[in-house]
Design a protein around this ligand. Sequence first.
Ligand code: SAM
Length: 219
Amino acid sequence: TTHEDWTRSDLYHNSFLIPKDDALEKAQANSVAKGLPEIAVSTAQGKFLNLLARSVGAKRILEVGTLGGYSTIWLGRALPEGGKLVTCEVEEKHAKAAQENISNAGLANKVTIKLGPAAETLSKEQPDEPYDLVFIDADKPNNLTYFIEAKRLVKKGGVIIVDNVVRNGLVAIPEHTHPSSEGVRALLNHLKDDKEVEATTLATVGEKGYDGFLYTIKL
Ligand code: SAM
């Protein structure tokens, strides 16, 4: 099977399960027009995040890595009235496009973009109430730093998801020393002995190729 086969497969499934969506399509088009890289989660993954947030009844969501706000919109839509999402982004150009896309999706009142290096933003976070769900999808070498902060900021029983932990199977090949793969390994090594969480990796294949989510709950 080729990449085209998996793209066709995603499109086939999506055609039954995920209706055409103006705000999300506009967000994608505006992100391309503003020169953002095309590295958002896929449509099916976005909806998965949305369903997950609804499943856990998330009222407070934290995201690390906004880009053009594509995953932010999927997650933000899961929030009930009065729900809040904070998303961290270091690139001003990305944050600006994201703000446009989030406003266009009608989520400006629920979403706050925090501009700056996420490690700094997170270290300053002292929320009145802990988060219910954290989605980590930024610079992969900092995965462990973000995870430790996420664990501090999420409630007991809360969920932390980390994207891109399979990377075409390359994470499992030690000779592949790309900093992104090393960033995933550092997190996995940490999780081996972390008694405060339970985690599993769910590998996926689709229009974005072979990758996966790490799914964690805080005990
Ligand atoms: N979650 C987005 C989605 O699915 O629509 C995609 C996020 S993209 C994979 C990663 C983002 O993290 C980029 O926009 C990048 O600028 C941002 N980023 C990279 N390093 C960062 C840092 N140190 N702090 C905050 N954001 C960072």
